[in-house]
Design a protein around this ligand. Sequence first.
Ligand code: SF4
Ligand code: SF4
Length: 473
Amino acid sequence: MSEPYDDESFRDTIGTLDKDGNRKFIFPKKPHGRFYSYRKYVSYLLLAILIANPFIKVNGNQFMMFNVLERRFNIFGFPFWPQDFYLFVIIMLIGVAFLLLFTVVFGRIFCGWICPQTIFLELVFRRIEYWIDGDRGAQIRLNKQKWDAEKIRKRVTKWVIFFMISFLIANVFLAYLISSDKLFQMVEDGPALHLSNFISLLIFTGVFYFVFVWFREQVCIIACPYGRLQGVLLDNKSINVAYDFVRGEKEEGRAKFKKNEDRATTGKGDCIDCNQCVNVCPMGIDIRNGTQLECTNCTACIDECDTIMESVNLPKGLIRYATEDEIVKKEPFKFTARMKGYTAVLVILIGMLIGMLFLRNDVEATILRLPGQLFEHKGDKISNVYTYKVINKTIKDFNEVNFKIMNPKGTIRNVGGSNVMISREGTSQGTLFIEIDQALLDGDKTKVTIGVYNGNELLETATTNFLGPRTFN
Ligand code: SF4
Ligand code: SF4
């Protein structure tokens, strides 16, 4: 059998740069076929979800919000406070473990089907480009064409549309960051009253415009850390978009197709060297060189090669989703020990998250003794002074928040009044005096349990230490 990878130059070059290191634009052929149609449906559904997410409210909470500056996050309508950061970290770890497991099993399926960068570039911006500039051949011609009326018209139309879409994406992005309510407020009041948010909006628009007009697929090659991880995550047992080089090359190697020839008897591979899989590739690579860092598993080459195979009456699937072992050793897909390990980590993390979500309180109370203060005698009673902080994580107001000492018996007085109000997602801080009969104390340090109530409804309990005189036996 001939060596499938004779030309090794692809190893030290990337499709987006020329020999001098200048940006080389890729003009991929417009994909057609089964996978492209599925990807369109998946993409439009994901785009609808991505755009709608920050504008949906659940119990008054934004469905998804990542307000990094104020350290407030909403995930699926659940508000996460800085105090819930551990939950947020676990959710992030689950995301990472899921992505690792997914990559080890299914290769870069995330890049090709789910990543917003791919969806926007390939199924929004690129489709508009095909509509304005035409397919690959027309785009190459237009690129070389001098700046005549046609080129100016097409370029200006495209750039204006690209700018408008970038502006739209920037608005959605901002709604995720600062909340859709603040975004609408800015629209209502005008940019002058929300200058910092408006400047952020313009910067985001500029970044998206730059990425989708010029930087494009280089995000996946140069900027994306996930792309860089592929080398350590993928192995011979990962499912990838792969060229079946055993079938494609056979004993005599790939060769151009001659009319009416029977490939089964000539010893030539099934690849007819038409180069269409290269022309359609948005990353500018040749999948026949094997799995490469640039490949986003977009499936365009599968569709293209299937069309070619059909036209020359050869079986489809020369390029397909397959593992290296399936191609070389004809081994079916196996769930390996590595995959089982990742699955176990994922299950443990999800279990931890569920447990923590059940234990998470809607109200968080911290009661601490005032630093530097000892106790005070008040007749038979001993008095201690405390500071408290109560956080209302819910979206309802608590109008009658009060404190009761649950164990041991005693009295509690809130300097701010017996009932305080804590508005939705608000906090309250103040000072408490606690008095306990000396006979009920457990030596010089007694554990006390304090209930935080709204009216008669117990919201949360907190424990703290109560100091008293040392007792000598
Ligand atoms: S499209 Fe298929 S037949 Fe054509 S060069 Fe690529 S692998 Fe070979
Ligand atoms: S090699 Fe195929 S799957 Fe990979 S990026 Fe190119 S067209 Fe997409």
